[in-house]
Design a protein around this ligand. Structure first.
Ligand code: M6R
Length: 368
Protein backbone atom coordinates (compact mmCIF):
# COMPACT_ATOMS: atom_id res chain seq x y z
CA UNK A 1 0.00 0.00 0.00
CA UNK A 2 3.04 2.27 0.23
CA UNK A 3 3.28 1.87 -3.53
CA UNK A 4 6.66 0.16 -3.28
CA UNK A 5 8.08 2.93 -1.09
CA UNK A 6 9.81 2.47 2.25
CA UNK A 7 7.50 5.02 3.85
CA UNK A 8 4.17 6.69 3.04
CA UNK A 9 5.67 10.14 3.07
CA UNK A 10 7.77 9.36 0.01
CA UNK A 11 4.70 8.01 -1.78
CA UNK A 12 2.81 11.16 -0.86
CA UNK A 13 5.67 13.36 -2.02
CA UNK A 14 5.51 11.59 -5.38
CA UNK A 15 1.73 12.03 -5.57
CA UNK A 16 2.09 15.81 -5.52
CA UNK A 17 1.70 16.47 -9.25
CA UNK A 18 -1.58 14.58 -9.22
CA UNK A 19 -2.70 16.31 -6.01
CA UNK A 20 -2.14 19.73 -7.59
CA UNK A 21 -4.00 18.77 -10.76
CA UNK A 22 -6.92 17.54 -8.64
CA UNK A 23 -7.02 20.75 -6.63
CA UNK A 24 -7.16 22.87 -9.79
CA UNK A 25 -9.80 20.74 -11.49
CA UNK A 26 -13.25 22.30 -11.78
CA UNK A 27 -12.23 25.71 -10.45
CA UNK A 28 -12.04 27.55 -13.76
CA UNK A 29 -15.37 27.34 -15.54
CA UNK A 30 -16.47 29.51 -18.49
CA UNK A 31 -13.53 31.83 -17.95
CA UNK A 32 -14.19 32.33 -14.23
CA UNK A 33 -12.63 31.06 -11.02
CA UNK A 34 -15.24 29.26 -8.93
CA UNK A 35 -15.10 28.27 -5.27
CA UNK A 36 -16.83 25.28 -3.67
CA UNK A 37 -19.84 25.71 -1.40
CA UNK A 38 -20.03 29.49 -1.73
CA UNK A 39 -22.64 30.60 0.79
CA UNK A 40 -21.68 34.27 0.54
CA UNK A 41 -22.68 36.53 -2.37
CA UNK A 42 -20.34 37.81 -5.09
CA UNK A 43 -21.06 41.26 -3.69
CA UNK A 44 -19.73 40.14 -0.28
CA UNK A 45 -16.55 39.03 -2.01
CA UNK A 46 -16.30 42.38 -3.80
CA UNK A 47 -16.75 44.26 -0.53
CA UNK A 48 -13.84 42.57 1.22
CA UNK A 49 -11.42 45.25 2.39
CA UNK A 50 -9.03 43.20 4.52
CA UNK A 51 -7.92 39.59 4.69
CA UNK A 52 -6.70 37.53 7.63
CA UNK A 53 -5.22 34.11 7.00
CA UNK A 54 -5.29 31.82 10.05
CA UNK A 55 -3.77 28.36 10.36
CA UNK A 56 -1.29 26.22 12.31
CA UNK A 57 1.96 24.46 11.48
CA UNK A 58 2.53 23.74 7.82
CA UNK A 59 -0.86 25.20 6.95
CA UNK A 60 0.35 28.48 8.48
CA UNK A 61 3.38 28.39 6.17
CA UNK A 62 1.03 27.91 3.21
CA UNK A 63 -0.84 30.96 4.52
CA UNK A 64 2.33 33.04 4.50
CA UNK A 65 2.64 32.34 0.77
CA UNK A 66 -0.99 33.50 0.30
CA UNK A 67 -0.08 36.95 1.56
CA UNK A 68 2.35 37.55 -1.32
CA UNK A 69 -0.17 36.43 -3.95
CA UNK A 70 -3.27 38.16 -2.58
CA UNK A 71 -1.57 41.50 -1.89
CA UNK A 72 0.04 41.50 -5.32
CA UNK A 73 -3.00 40.44 -7.31
CA UNK A 74 -5.81 42.05 -5.32
CA UNK A 75 -4.27 45.13 -3.69
CA UNK A 76 -5.82 44.05 -0.39
CA UNK A 77 -3.99 44.11 2.95
CA UNK A 78 -3.39 40.57 4.23
CA UNK A 79 -2.35 39.54 7.73
CA UNK A 80 -1.27 35.99 8.41
CA UNK A 81 -1.75 34.74 11.96
CA UNK A 82 -1.17 31.60 13.92
CA UNK A 83 -4.66 30.39 14.77
CA UNK A 84 -3.64 29.77 18.37
CA UNK A 85 -2.80 33.47 18.82
CA UNK A 86 -5.62 35.01 16.80
CA UNK A 87 -8.51 35.07 19.24
CA UNK A 88 -6.46 35.81 22.32
CA UNK A 89 -5.62 39.28 21.13
CA UNK A 90 -8.35 41.52 19.85
CA UNK A 91 -8.17 41.40 16.05
CA UNK A 92 -10.10 44.12 14.22
CA UNK A 93 -12.81 42.28 12.32
CA UNK A 94 -16.08 43.28 10.67
CA UNK A 95 -18.37 42.07 7.90
CA UNK A 96 -15.96 43.23 5.20
CA UNK A 97 -13.12 41.18 6.63
CA UNK A 98 -12.41 37.88 4.92
CA UNK A 99 -10.83 35.27 7.16
CA UNK A 100 -9.18 32.46 5.21
CA UNK A 101 -8.86 29.42 7.48
CA UNK A 102 -6.45 26.78 6.21
CA UNK A 103 -6.60 23.27 7.64
CA UNK A 104 -5.78 19.95 6.05
CA UNK A 105 -7.89 18.01 8.55
CA UNK A 106 -10.56 20.65 9.00
CA UNK A 107 -10.71 19.63 12.67
CA UNK A 108 -7.76 21.50 14.25
CA UNK A 109 -9.12 22.97 17.49
CA UNK A 110 -7.03 26.16 17.39
CA UNK A 111 -8.20 26.95 13.86
CA UNK A 112 -11.82 26.01 14.54
CA UNK A 113 -12.00 28.27 17.61
CA UNK A 114 -10.43 31.11 15.63
CA UNK A 115 -13.08 30.62 12.92
CA UNK A 116 -15.83 30.77 15.54
CA UNK A 117 -14.37 33.96 17.00
CA UNK A 118 -14.19 35.55 13.53
CA UNK A 119 -17.80 34.68 12.76
CA UNK A 120 -19.00 36.06 16.10
CA UNK A 121 -17.41 39.34 15.02
CA UNK A 122 -19.36 39.09 11.71
CA UNK A 123 -16.32 38.42 9.52
CA UNK A 124 -16.80 36.05 6.55
CA UNK A 125 -14.85 32.84 6.62
CA UNK A 126 -13.47 30.95 3.67
CA UNK A 127 -12.08 27.51 4.51
CA UNK A 128 -9.32 25.74 2.60
CA UNK A 129 -9.60 22.12 3.62
CA UNK A 130 -8.57 18.65 2.47
CA UNK A 131 -11.33 16.75 4.25
CA UNK A 132 -14.86 16.81 2.89
CA UNK A 133 -17.50 17.70 5.42
CA UNK A 134 -15.07 18.44 8.29
CA UNK A 135 -16.09 20.89 11.01
CA UNK A 136 -14.19 23.96 9.77
CA UNK A 137 -15.71 23.93 6.26
CA UNK A 138 -19.13 23.22 7.80
CA UNK A 139 -18.88 26.43 9.82
CA UNK A 140 -17.57 28.58 6.94
CA UNK A 141 -19.18 30.90 4.38
CA UNK A 142 -17.28 29.44 1.45
CA UNK A 143 -14.96 26.49 0.95
CA UNK A 144 -12.16 25.48 -1.34
CA UNK A 145 -11.44 21.77 -1.06
CA UNK A 146 -7.88 20.77 -1.86
CA UNK A 147 -8.56 17.21 -3.14
CA UNK A 148 -4.99 16.13 -2.36
CA UNK A 149 -6.37 12.75 -1.26
CA UNK A 150 -5.90 11.28 2.22
CA UNK A 151 -2.53 11.99 3.79
CA UNK A 152 -1.24 9.16 5.97
CA UNK A 153 2.19 10.54 6.91
CA UNK A 154 1.89 12.80 9.94
CA UNK A 155 4.11 15.36 8.23
CA UNK A 156 2.15 17.31 5.65
CA UNK A 157 3.45 17.14 2.07
CA UNK A 158 0.90 16.90 -0.73
CA UNK A 159 -1.74 18.65 1.37
CA UNK A 160 0.68 21.54 1.90
CA UNK A 161 1.34 22.04 -1.82
CA UNK A 162 -2.38 21.72 -2.54
CA UNK A 163 -3.09 24.42 0.08
CA UNK A 164 -0.70 26.75 -1.68
CA UNK A 165 -2.49 26.18 -4.97
CA UNK A 166 -5.84 26.76 -3.24
CA UNK A 167 -4.50 30.05 -1.89
CA UNK A 168 -3.66 31.17 -5.41
CA UNK A 169 -7.21 30.29 -6.47
CA UNK A 170 -8.60 32.38 -3.61
CA UNK A 171 -6.32 35.24 -4.71
CA UNK A 172 -7.57 34.98 -8.28
CA UNK A 173 -11.21 34.73 -7.14
CA UNK A 174 -10.77 37.95 -5.16
CA UNK A 175 -8.94 39.68 -8.02
CA UNK A 176 -11.75 38.70 -10.36
CA UNK A 177 -14.46 39.92 -7.94
CA UNK A 178 -12.67 43.21 -7.27
CA UNK A 179 -11.67 43.79 -10.88
CA UNK A 180 -7.97 44.16 -10.05
CA UNK A 181 -7.31 41.64 -12.82
CA UNK A 182 -8.98 41.50 -16.23
CA UNK A 183 -10.55 38.16 -17.19
CA UNK A 184 -7.74 37.41 -19.67
CA UNK A 185 -5.15 38.02 -16.93
CA UNK A 186 -6.98 35.64 -14.59
CA UNK A 187 -7.03 33.06 -17.40
CA UNK A 188 -3.29 33.52 -17.94
CA UNK A 189 -2.52 33.04 -14.25
CA UNK A 190 -4.70 29.95 -14.17
CA UNK A 191 -2.81 28.56 -17.17
CA UNK A 192 0.47 29.13 -15.25
CA UNK A 193 -0.99 27.13 -12.37
CA UNK A 194 -2.00 24.35 -14.73
CA UNK A 195 1.64 24.01 -15.78
CA UNK A 196 2.74 23.38 -12.19
CA UNK A 197 1.96 19.64 -11.87
CA UNK A 198 4.39 19.04 -14.74
CA UNK A 199 7.01 21.29 -13.09
CA UNK A 200 6.66 19.32 -9.82
CA UNK A 201 7.08 16.06 -11.78
CA UNK A 202 10.38 17.42 -13.05
CA UNK A 203 11.57 18.18 -9.52
CA UNK A 204 10.78 14.60 -8.58
CA UNK A 205 13.50 13.41 -10.94
CA UNK A 206 16.00 14.75 -8.37
CA UNK A 207 14.63 12.62 -5.48
CA UNK A 208 17.45 10.06 -5.43
CA UNK A 209 20.14 12.75 -5.48
CA UNK A 210 18.47 14.63 -2.64
CA UNK A 211 18.14 11.40 -0.64
CA UNK A 212 21.87 10.81 -1.07
CA UNK A 213 22.54 14.30 0.25
CA UNK A 214 20.19 13.59 3.16
CA UNK A 215 22.29 10.55 4.10
CA UNK A 216 25.40 12.75 4.07
CA UNK A 217 23.77 15.26 6.40
CA UNK A 218 22.31 12.74 8.84
CA UNK A 219 24.91 13.39 11.54
CA UNK A 220 24.61 17.17 11.50
CA UNK A 221 23.75 18.86 14.79
CA UNK A 222 21.64 21.57 13.19
CA UNK A 223 20.56 22.88 9.80
CA UNK A 224 19.58 26.44 8.92
CA UNK A 225 17.23 27.42 6.09
CA UNK A 226 17.25 30.82 4.40
CA UNK A 227 14.94 32.42 1.90
CA UNK A 228 13.48 35.75 0.87
CA UNK A 229 10.05 36.73 -0.47
CA UNK A 230 8.03 33.49 -0.89
CA UNK A 231 11.25 31.58 -0.29
CA UNK A 232 11.01 32.66 3.36
CA UNK A 233 7.90 30.55 4.16
CA UNK A 234 9.54 27.70 2.22
CA UNK A 235 12.56 28.01 4.54
CA UNK A 236 10.25 27.86 7.57
CA UNK A 237 8.55 24.77 6.15
CA UNK A 238 11.88 23.06 5.42
CA UNK A 239 12.95 23.66 9.03
CA UNK A 240 9.64 22.40 10.45
CA UNK A 241 9.88 19.20 8.40
CA UNK A 242 13.37 18.55 9.73
CA UNK A 243 12.38 19.21 13.35
CA UNK A 244 9.30 17.03 13.29
CA UNK A 245 10.81 14.10 11.39
CA UNK A 246 14.52 14.04 12.21
CA UNK A 247 14.31 15.63 15.71
CA UNK A 248 17.13 17.89 14.62
CA UNK A 249 17.54 21.51 15.52
CA UNK A 250 16.50 23.48 12.48
CA UNK A 251 15.52 27.09 11.92
CA UNK A 252 14.23 29.05 8.98
CA UNK A 253 15.13 32.72 8.55
CA UNK A 254 14.35 35.54 6.18
CA UNK A 255 17.82 35.89 4.68
CA UNK A 256 17.81 39.66 5.20
CA UNK A 257 17.62 39.07 8.96
CA UNK A 258 20.89 37.15 8.94
CA UNK A 259 23.03 40.17 9.75
CA UNK A 260 20.65 41.16 12.56
CA UNK A 261 21.59 38.14 14.64
CA UNK A 262 21.48 34.64 13.17
CA UNK A 263 24.78 35.06 11.33
CA UNK A 264 26.39 34.51 14.75
CA UNK A 265 25.25 30.87 14.49
CA UNK A 266 27.29 30.22 11.35
CA UNK A 267 30.31 28.02 11.96
CA UNK A 268 32.60 25.73 9.99
CA UNK A 269 30.65 22.94 8.31
CA UNK A 270 27.14 24.02 9.41
CA UNK A 271 24.70 23.02 6.65
CA UNK A 272 22.71 26.03 5.42
CA UNK A 273 19.97 25.52 2.86
CA UNK A 274 19.25 28.56 0.70
CA UNK A 275 16.13 28.89 -1.46
CA UNK A 276 16.91 31.05 -4.52
CA UNK A 277 14.34 32.70 -6.80
CA UNK A 278 14.84 32.54 -10.55
CA UNK A 279 17.45 35.17 -11.57
CA UNK A 280 15.38 36.01 -14.64
CA UNK A 281 12.06 36.43 -12.86
CA UNK A 282 13.31 38.16 -9.71
CA UNK A 283 16.81 39.55 -10.28
CA UNK A 284 16.64 41.99 -7.36
CA UNK A 285 15.91 39.36 -4.71
CA UNK A 286 18.31 36.97 -6.44
CA UNK A 287 21.20 39.43 -6.13
CA UNK A 288 20.49 40.01 -2.45
CA UNK A 289 20.49 36.30 -1.75
CA UNK A 290 23.75 35.74 -3.60
CA UNK A 291 25.37 38.28 -1.30
CA UNK A 292 23.85 36.49 1.74
CA UNK A 293 25.28 33.16 0.54
CA UNK A 294 28.71 34.62 -0.02
CA UNK A 295 28.66 35.93 3.58
CA UNK A 296 27.84 32.55 5.05
CA UNK A 297 30.21 30.71 2.76
CA UNK A 298 33.03 33.02 3.83
CA UNK A 299 32.32 31.90 7.41
CA UNK A 300 32.72 28.23 6.52
CA UNK A 301 29.08 27.10 6.20
CA UNK A 302 28.28 24.19 3.92
CA UNK A 303 25.87 25.73 1.42
CA UNK A 304 23.03 23.70 -0.05
CA UNK A 305 21.40 25.78 -2.71
CA UNK A 306 17.97 25.22 -4.25
CA UNK A 307 18.16 27.15 -7.51
CA UNK A 308 16.47 27.36 -10.90
CA UNK A 309 17.97 25.37 -13.76
CA UNK A 310 20.69 27.31 -15.56
CA UNK A 311 21.28 29.70 -12.68
CA UNK A 312 24.99 30.16 -13.42
CA UNK A 313 25.33 33.12 -11.09
CA UNK A 314 24.78 31.13 -7.90
CA UNK A 315 26.66 28.00 -8.97
CA UNK A 316 30.08 29.07 -7.55
CA UNK A 317 28.51 29.67 -4.14
CA UNK A 318 26.86 26.25 -3.87
CA UNK A 319 28.64 23.34 -2.17
CA UNK A 320 25.58 21.30 -3.17
CA UNK A 321 23.28 22.49 -5.92
CA UNK A 322 19.72 21.18 -6.25
CA UNK A 323 18.15 22.38 -9.46
CA UNK A 324 14.43 23.05 -9.87
CA UNK A 325 12.49 24.26 -12.93
CA UNK A 326 12.52 28.03 -13.47
CA UNK A 327 8.98 29.17 -12.68
CA UNK A 328 7.44 32.57 -11.81
CA UNK A 329 8.61 33.61 -8.33
CA UNK A 330 5.13 33.66 -6.82
CA UNK A 331 4.58 30.01 -7.76
CA UNK A 332 8.05 28.83 -6.82
CA UNK A 333 7.12 27.35 -3.41
CA UNK A 334 5.37 24.56 -5.33
CA UNK A 335 8.71 23.38 -6.69
CA UNK A 336 11.23 24.56 -4.08
CA UNK A 337 9.48 22.85 -1.14
CA UNK A 338 9.74 19.38 -2.68
CA UNK A 339 13.50 18.80 -2.19
CA UNK A 340 13.19 20.02 1.41
CA UNK A 341 10.51 17.39 2.11
CA UNK A 342 12.72 14.66 0.66
CA UNK A 343 15.76 15.90 2.54
CA UNK A 344 13.98 15.85 5.92
CA UNK A 345 12.46 12.42 5.33
CA UNK A 346 15.75 10.89 4.32
CA UNK A 347 17.70 12.43 7.20
CA UNK A 348 15.06 11.01 9.56
CA UNK A 349 15.22 7.57 7.95
CA UNK A 350 19.02 7.54 8.13
CA UNK A 351 18.82 8.35 11.83
CA UNK A 352 16.53 5.37 12.29
CA UNK A 353 13.27 7.20 12.95
CA UNK A 354 9.74 6.34 11.81
CA UNK A 355 9.18 8.86 9.05
CA UNK A 356 5.41 8.39 8.95
CA UNK A 357 4.83 8.53 12.70
CA UNK A 358 7.18 11.01 14.35
CA UNK A 359 7.23 10.95 18.14
CA UNK A 360 4.81 13.12 20.15
CA UNK A 361 2.79 14.20 17.09
CA UNK A 362 -0.76 13.45 15.96
CA UNK A 363 -2.14 13.90 12.46
CA UNK A 364 -5.02 15.96 13.69
CA UNK A 365 -4.71 18.16 16.78
CA UNK A 366 -8.15 18.45 18.31
CA UNK A 367 -7.18 20.05 21.60
CA UNK A 368 -6.24 23.71 22.01
O1 M6R B 1 -4.96 19.77 9.79
P1 M6R B 1 -4.27 21.10 9.87
O2 M6R B 1 -3.82 21.59 8.54
O3 M6R B 1 -5.13 22.14 10.58
O4 M6R B 1 -2.99 20.87 10.76
C1 M6R B 1 -2.13 21.92 11.09
C2 M6R B 1 -0.85 21.43 11.69
O5 M6R B 1 -1.10 20.67 12.86
C3 M6R B 1 -0.04 20.59 10.70
O6 M6R B 1 0.25 21.29 9.53
C4 M6R B 1 1.28 20.13 11.35
O7 M6R B 1 2.13 21.22 11.54
C5 M6R B 1 1.96 19.03 10.51
N1 M6R B 1 2.57 18.08 11.40
C6 M6R B 1 2.99 19.58 9.58
O8 M6R B 1 3.72 18.61 8.93
Amino acid sequence: EKGGHEYFMLKEIEEQPEALANTLRGHFVNGRIVLDEQRMSDQDLRDVDKVFVIACGSSYHAGLVAKYAIEHWCRLPVEVELASEFRYRDPVLDRDTLVVAISQSGETADTLEAVRHAREQKARVLAICNTNGAQIPRESDAVLYTHAGPEIGVASTKAFLAQIVANYLVGLALAQARGTKYPDEVAREFAELEAMPEAVSRVLTTVERVRALGRELADSKAVLFLGRHVGFPVALEGALKLKELAYMHAEGFAAGELKHGPIALIEEGLPVVVVMPSPKDNPVVHTKLVSNISEIQARGARTIVIASENDDIVRPFADHLIEIPAVPTLLQPLVSTVPLQVLAAEIARSRGYDVDKPRNLAKSVTVE
